[in-house]
Design a protein around this ligand. Structure first.
Ligand code: AMP
Ligand code: MG
Length: 478
């Protein structure tokens, strides 16, 4: 693997050079064959294990930690930075695109503050499973190549073991990078350098655009809105939407206490450290805009306010358009009706909420519906059948006249996953791995590579959680 080092070479001052701290007795816990294929890497070998466990250095690579700031739970932290992640450089994939290779959990950096720079097995595995699961669902996301486990003791509430996630990101530039320069360094030249770097590397189609910065910000707004539309349509709660966890490319970034919904609850809070629900599921669209406003503020020295306002004004429409596009596809509505579609989707969500339905399984039920039929299995799940019948008669009218019902059903199966990364499944697999058995993890990962397929003998993974796993949530501790 050859690495380019554009960030290091072109943005001096935006990072610190660092050295990794190796894990004791490292071993592979997970390996993404899809990510490896994309990077044209061979099967995991001893060399790769030495590098990805931080025990050997890649020659000629300048390992670095980036500096950034961020609004965390609404308050501004002027200096964060990669406290437990380091980037090795940028690797070219088989399509000619570049990916930052990062080790998350490879020891302290100048930005570790009081932290130990380490990651524990459960958080490393959760990041791996989530990024690969989101990728296979078609949600924009950073990727994961591997997880390396170890015997290194790491203290959290109790003693755990250290692990490293090898993260792949098209860019690690966050909203917080721009905030750091504008509010901290107050150096307009450096802000311009960072924006130009971002455009040249990730928005090259805008380089020759006369209204380049304005068009760029509008595109960042649109990509962010579309990412959040994907989350809402998939029932995904991120959990820590601080501006330092918002990618400038609109990729889902920094997986902590995230959770997919089991039972549909619009106000679901997946983060134990968020008692007031700032980042509750139904708050995500609003928080996305709030975060973009913080980014706009950071860009004021460079981009006229009117241009920034114009960009922000496009947010809501972009989000609703994408959300409706995704939900129409899930419901099999071919011809859009701008006037009523949002209400139709909202009615279904209300049904799910009132009847405590499972989000994923309810949506998957559409793959078994026959357009035109008077019966729909979802009715049996509802306590309030009158409410269901109201909704259903409006829905039936929207999917009448389908020529090929079998084809329609296949398309619904391709839009509504059967298998998602349910928190209790992740938890079971993690507990097994902590006890030395990696098989459940591997099984779960393989399952989530094909989330839309009926997979023989796997239906138990599509079940709602048992009592102990319902509403299972995590804290930020990782
Ligand atoms: P996060 O909540 O994971 O997005 O992290 C917020 C900030 O805390 C980032 O700057 C991280 O680098 C830093 N951080 C989180 N965990 C640790 C740790 N164990 N050691 C050092 N820094 C950490
Ligand atoms: Mg973070």
């Amino acid at each position: 693997m050859e690495l380019r080092q554009d960030f290091v070479n072109q943005l001096p001052g935006a990072y610190s050079l660092v050295e990794p701290e190796g894990l004791d007795n490292p071993r592979w816990l997970m390996w993404s064959q899809d990510a490896a294929h994309m990077l044209n890497l061979a099967e995991p070998d001893a060399n790769a294990l030495a590098v990805f466990s931080g025990n050997a250095r890649m020659q000629d690579a300048s390992y670095y930690a980036q500096v950034y700031a961020g609004h965390q739970f609404g308050g501004y932290s002027p200096r964060l930075g990669d406290g437990r992640a380091m980037i090795l450089g940028e690797a070219k994939d088989i399509h000619g695109e570049f990916w930052d290779i990062a080790l998350k959990g490879a020891g302290k950096t100048p930005y570790s503050r009081h932290g130990d720079g380490k990651a524990v097995l459960r958080s490393a595995v959760r990041e791996f499973l989530a990024s690969e699961a989101l990728y296979h669902l078609g949600i924009p996301t950073t990727r994961a190549l591997a997880v390396v486990g170890s015997d290194t003791p790491v203290w959290r509430e109790t003693q755990e073991t250290g692990a490293i996630t090898v993260r792949l990101a098209r860019s690690h530039i966050r909203f917080g990078h721009f905030e750091y320069i504008t509010h901290g360094e107050q150096d307009r030249g450096r802000l311009r350098e960072l924006v130009n770097f971002t455009i040249a590397h990730h928005f090259p189609h805008l380089e020759a655009n006369a209204s380049g910065y304005k068009a760029w910000f509008a595109e960042v707004v649109r990509l962010t809105a579309e990412m959040i539309a994907h989350w809402q349509a998939s029932g995904f709660a991120h959990g820590v939407m601080n501006t330092d966890n918002m990618s400038i490319l609109g990729d889902t970034f920094d997986f902590g206490p995230f959770s997919f919904l089991d039972t549909y609850q619009e106000g679901f809070i997946c983060n134990h450290s968020d008692p007031h629900g700032r980042y509750a599921f139904d708050q995500q669209p609003g928080i996305g805009l709030w975060n973009l406003q913080r980014l706009a503020q950071a860009l004021v020295p460079l981009i006229p306010s009117d241009d920034l306002m114009a960009g922000l004004n496009g947010y809501q429409q972009a989000l609703v358009d994408k959300y409706l596009q995704l939900m129409r596809n899930r419901l099999g509505i071919v011809a859009a009706d701008e006037g009523t579609d949002l209400a139709l989707v909202g009615g279904l969500m209300k049904l799910m909420q009132n009847n405590h339905l499972d989000y994923t399984n309810s949506m998957r039920a559409f793959a078994g519906f026959e357009p035109g039929a008077m019966e729909f299995a979802l009715r049996d799940e509802c306590r309030d059948t009158a409410e269901f019948d109201d909704w259903f008669s409006a829905y039936r009218d929207r999917v009448n006249g389908v020529a090929d019902a079998g084809d329609w059903q296949r398309q619904r199966a391709a839009a509504n996953p059967k298998y998602i990364l349910r928190n209790y499944l992740a938890q079971q697999a993690i507990e097994a791995a902590e006890a030395g058995d990696n098989q459940p993890l591997e099984t779960l990962y393989q399952l989530l590579r094909n989330p839309f397929d009926e997979q023989a003998d796997m239906t138990q993974y599509a079940r709602r959680p048992p009592d102990w796993g319902e509403g299972l949530i995590c804290s930020c501790s990782s």
